[in-house]
Design a protein around this ligand. Structure first.
Ligand SMILES: Cc1cc2nc3c(=O)[nH]c(=O)nc-3n(C[C@H](O)[C@H](O)[C@H](O)COP(=O)(O)OP(=O)(O)OC[C@H]3O[C@@H](n4cnc5c(N)ncnc54)[C@H](O)[C@@H]3O)c2cc1C
Length: 387
């Protein structure tokens, strides 16, 4: 399993000490990708791994989701998802339009087909056949991505933790990073569980990435945590929902998807939030229920188990992966937004290459990914480059 995370062309550099801050998919996947090329210690504030956003996702992999760079990172992640056995089910993803939305649906279909040739434009009848709770008279048809996949996110987190430990890495939970300072050519990391000395700190602290940077004396990059709410509800009586895709309306104002015999619903909200243990707002659940019921024959009744998580975006909605020019040894791995799982296996390979001083993996170069596109430099004024 460790091979899934390993970077290609890795330099053996076991003497390099790396502290990873954050035990979500970002921190765990980079810790695993470094493998034996560094001496890795992962520090997580909470009592267990994956407590925050990584434990709250909708677990979908879609190659048409996100901006161009996000999509390239997702495409580059796909082979490792297959190799690691992290795809759970071929789910598919359907965008559908209301009557009169034909122009928007046609435009979406042609844009998505250019990226993913298997994407198909569906008629209203085909939409109804695929998802019978959408009546043909209430839709102009849709755009279907057949190869979108359900991800086994729990398996990914566990596999990355196991690979980290198998390579000799350490994972310390209940360890909050309080201060990062320069020390003897490297960095000193103060936590509530002791002090660590290291060559490199990887800031993979999700919604707290700007907070952790401030604890290293750095001004923020402008990352924005945004709350997204989801809940579960029962499938319509007697209806087999197992083959339904993820269904989202053209304007992305709600979505629903099958999950272990029930359905996940969401408002697809992006509400600004400070970094925190996010909780769902009743109103967001109520609005999502109303939108789903208005657009489909689903009758949700009492939604259950609502939850919320923070999707953290950089100012250009692409992830940030690279060294901060203001503090030698401080590396950002943040801003994964709503795509943190689907990009993780490429983004961690890319980051491990930068951390080990080897070339960016060729498959990502071929997809047009450059270090500059992901670098924190793009959010820093030139005057701030001086350490
Ligand atoms: C409702 C919802 C649906 C989503 N659906 C999808 C989807 O379908 N597909 C997809 O790919 N992505 C999806 N996402 C996004 C994905 O879940 C995130 O991009 C990803 O989990 C972010 O991972 P992370 O490791 O950066 O953050 P986190 O999982 O939040 O991990 C960061 C960790 O850092 C720790 N930390 C913070 N500060 C400190 C400190 N000072 N010291 C020590 N530790 C610290 C935190 O405790 C936390 O555990 C969804 C998100 C939500 C909320």
């Amino acid at each position: 399993m460790a091979g899934v995370f390993e970077q290609s062309g890795s330099a053996r550099n076991g003497g390099l000490k790396v502290i990873v801050v954050g035990g979500g998919i970002a921190g765990l996947s980079i810790a695993a990708a470094l493998g034996e090329t560094a001496s890795v210690t992962l520090l997580e504030r909470e009592g267990h791994l994956g407590y925050h956003t990584s434990g709250r996702s909708a677990a979908l992999f879609s190659e048409t989701y996100g901006n161009e760079l996000v999509r390239a990172l997702s495409v580059a992640s796909r082979p490792a998802f297959v190799e690691g056995g992290f795809f759970e089910h071929k789910r598919g993803a359907l965008h559908f339009g209301a009557p009169g939305d034909d122009t928007g649906i046609d435009a979406l279909a042609s844009a998505q087909q250019q990226l993913v040739p298997s994407v198909r434009r569906l008629t209203a009848e085909q939409v109804e056949e695929l998802v019978p709770v959408i009546a043909r008279v209430t839709t102009c048809g849709g755009v279907f991505e057949p190869d979108a996949m359900d991800i086994d996110t729990g398996k990914m987190l566990q596999a990355a933790a196991a690979a980290t430990k198998a390579a000799g890495g350490r994972i310390v939970t209940g360890a909050e990073v309080l201060e990062i300072s320069r020390h003897a050519g490297g960095l000193r990391v103060e936590t509530n569980a002791g002090t660590f000395e290291t060559d490199i700190v990887v800031n993979a602290s999700g919604a707290w990435a700007d907070v952790v940077a401030a604890r290293a004396g750095l001004s923020p990059l402008g990352l924005s945590p945004k709350r997204r709410t989801a809940f579960l509800f029962d499938a319509p009586a007697g209806m087999d929902i197992r083959s339904w895709p993820l269904v989202v309306d053209l304007r992305e104002s709600f979505y629903f998807k099958p999950d272990a015999g029930r359905l996940i619903g969401s408002l697809a909200d992006e509400t600004d939030s400070p970094p925190c243990d996010a909780y769902p707002e009743d109103l967001d659940v109520a609005i999502a229920v109303d939108r789903i019921e208005q657009s489909t024959a689903l009758r949700i009744g009492r939604p259950s188990t609502p939850w919320a998580g923070l999707r953290t975006f950089s100012p250009d909605r692409s992830p940030v992966a690279g060294f901060d020019p203001r503090l030698p040894g401080f590396f950002w791995l943040a801003g994964q937004g709503g795509y943190g799982f689907q990009v993780s296996l490429a983004l961690s390979r890319f980051s491990a290459a930068l951390l080990s001083g080897v070339s960016i993996p060729q498959d990502m170069v071929d997809l047009g990914v450059t270090a500059g596109m992901l670098s924190p430099d793009r959010f820093l004024a030139p005057s701030k480059y001086q350490p």
